[in-house]
Design a protein around this ligand. Structure first.
Ligand code: UD1
Ligand code: CA
Length: 474
């Protein structure tokens, strides 16, 4: 919903072309996030495997802005690293949201584009902000050079401490009043400030410089630029978005709520795309999980970042996958773990209590039970028996194991890397293999077994006689 006086806005924002050269984005993230009670800066806390600020950056990048900058606090090098290549600028003291914008003056000089360009201001702790909403805001701002500021409003269930949007007689935006500075009548307004703003870049610095700190908190409020612009006869507009899109994270409890919202979206997207989730609420995705069509995912499955699952694959209950590629018609689990670098090709199988790390299982290979495959290749249609371990680490370095196509590794085999098992070779159960095995050979490494007929019977008779004699003595 868009309300503004003038301009009349087109119904669809696609009617307007956004010139990315005229667009810059500024993400405010200098707040300490005290209520998180964390050594980690608030905006680095992850939701669906990506930091909150990462979500915001990703959405912003989809608009292809010419510049993106993030305002951080003095001890937040970690945030600077996380947001690169976006510029990080330090706000030395937290004197308010307008002061935070000031910190970016050097990296965002006044605009020169036709129309002056637009600076989008967002918060690093509001991860659900959507691309379409931002597009609408930029379009509304750029629709007229008289529009100085477009504010994103919403109607939260409890307006509480949010700033209130004060509208004029014709529904135009006149001012934003912070809750602490609001009159009882203004506190009754349910239309609130989300904090997201689109500002005319040509006027940005003049507006910011006009902001004072004579208010309840003694801070420089970015929200004051609305009344300042109106005072100069400029237009301000607002757009409304739904409350969920604008929910922010200030505490661990709110982080959990945000995670739940994000998971709900990811599950819905996977199902809409043609995957079956037996018990959707127990499946956990990462922001980047790629799930193909006719994939079946059983209960209690966790996807860390960097996983793709191709069409027709089945991930059975209680699996944990991270940085892994699962091919077409593959079966994983139940109770399997795929770690980074695991590649399971078409039709291969990874069964229960199997861990795979940095290894490729080629087409049709089977690793069905109780096995560790690390730093390895398992060739096409090879079969790895229960309890096989690739001994890939000597305490200092990691080594590679290569299992040829069609090879058969007997149960409880230790493959001491570096080692190579040739195509079609068979390794006898219980072997410890430290030397290469040539193609089609048999390798067995175990002590020869010896059988003494009747020995067990003799032993039992002797022992029971001894026991009986001892009992008699007592
Ligand atoms: C702000 C808005 C309020 C709005 C609310 C929405 C102002 C004056 N008020 O209030 O109208 O309803 O957000 O959540 O803008 N930040 C800095 N440096 C600072 C201060 C803040 O970078 O000096 C950053 C914070 O990290 C945060 C954002 O700006 O990401 C908002 O700051 P916060 O203190 O949470 O603002 P509110 O008081 O909640
Ligand atoms: Ca806040």
């Amino acid at each position: 919903m868009v309300r503004a006086r003038p301009p009349r806005l087109p119904d669809r924002c696609s009617d307007l072309t956004l010139d990315p050269m005229e667009l810059a984005a500024l993400i405010l993230a200098a707040g300490k996030g005290t209520r998180m009670k964390s050594a980690l800066p608030k905006v680095l806390h992850p939701i669906a495997g990506r930091s909150m600020v990462g979500h915001v950056l990703d959405t912003v990048s989809s608009l292809d802005p010419a510049q993106v900058a993030v305002v951080i606090g003095p001890d937040m090098e970690m945030v600077a690293e996380a947001v690169a290549p976006a510029a990080a600028v330090v706000q030395p003291k937290q004197l308010g949201t307008a002061d935070a914008v000031k910190a970016a003056r050097d990296v965002l000089p006044g605009g020169t584009g036709a129309n002056g360009g637009t600076v989008l201001v967002l918060y690093g702790d509001t991860p659900f902000i959507g691309r379409e909403t931002l597009e609408k805001m930029v379009a509304a701002r750029q629709a007229s050079s008289d529009t100085a500021v477009v504010v994103l409003g919403f109607r939260p269930p409890d307006p509480g401490a949010y700033g209130r949007l004060v509208l004029g007689a014709n529904g135009e935006l006149e001012a934003i009043v912070e809750a602490r500075d609001a009159s009882p009548e203004q506190l009754g307004i349910d239309l609130c400030n989300s904090g997201v703003m689109a500002i005319d870049r040509a006027r940005l610095w003049a507006l910011i410089d006009a902001v004072g700190n004579d208010n309840a908190k003694g801070e420089y409020y970015l929200t004051d630029i609305v009344a300042i612009a109106r005072g100069q006869g400029l237009a301000c507009a607002y757009i409304e978005a739904d409350a969920e899109e604008l929910s922010g994270v200030n505490s661990r409890a709110e982080l959990a709520v945000a995670e739940a919202i994000m998971q709900q979206r990811l599950r819905a997207a996977a199902m809409a795309n043609g995957a079956t989730l037996t018990d959707p609420t127990t499946v956990w995705f990462s922001h980047d999980t790629q799930i193909g069509q006719d994939v079946t995912i059983g209960p209690n499955v966790f996807f860390g970042p960097g996983v793709s699952v191709a069409d027709g694959a089945e991930i059975r209950a209680f699996c944990h996958l991270e940085g892994a590629r699962v091919g077409e018609n593959v079966t994983i689990g139940p109770f399997a773990r795929l770690r980074p670098g695991a590649v399971v090709q078409k039709g291969a199988r990874v069964g229960n209590f199997v861990e795979v790390k940095n290894a490729t299982l080629e087409e049709g290979a089977k690793v069905n039970h109780l096995t560790y495959i690390g730093d390895a290749r398992v060739g096409k249609a090879a079969n790895v028996g229960a309890g096989t371990i690739t001994c890939n680490y000597d305490g200092f370095l990691k080594y590679h194991t290569d299992i040829g196509a069609g090879a058969f590794i007997g149960s409880n085999t230790a493959l001491v890397a570096p080692v190579k098992i040739g195509d079609g070779a068979i390794v006898g159960a219980g072997s410890t293999i430290g030397r290469d095995v040539e193609a089609d050979a048999l390798a067995v490494e175990r002590a020869e077994s010896k059988t003494t007929p009747g020995w067990a019977k003799m032993f039992r008779e002797k022992k029971s006689a001894e026991k009986a004699a001892k009992a008699k003595k007592k």
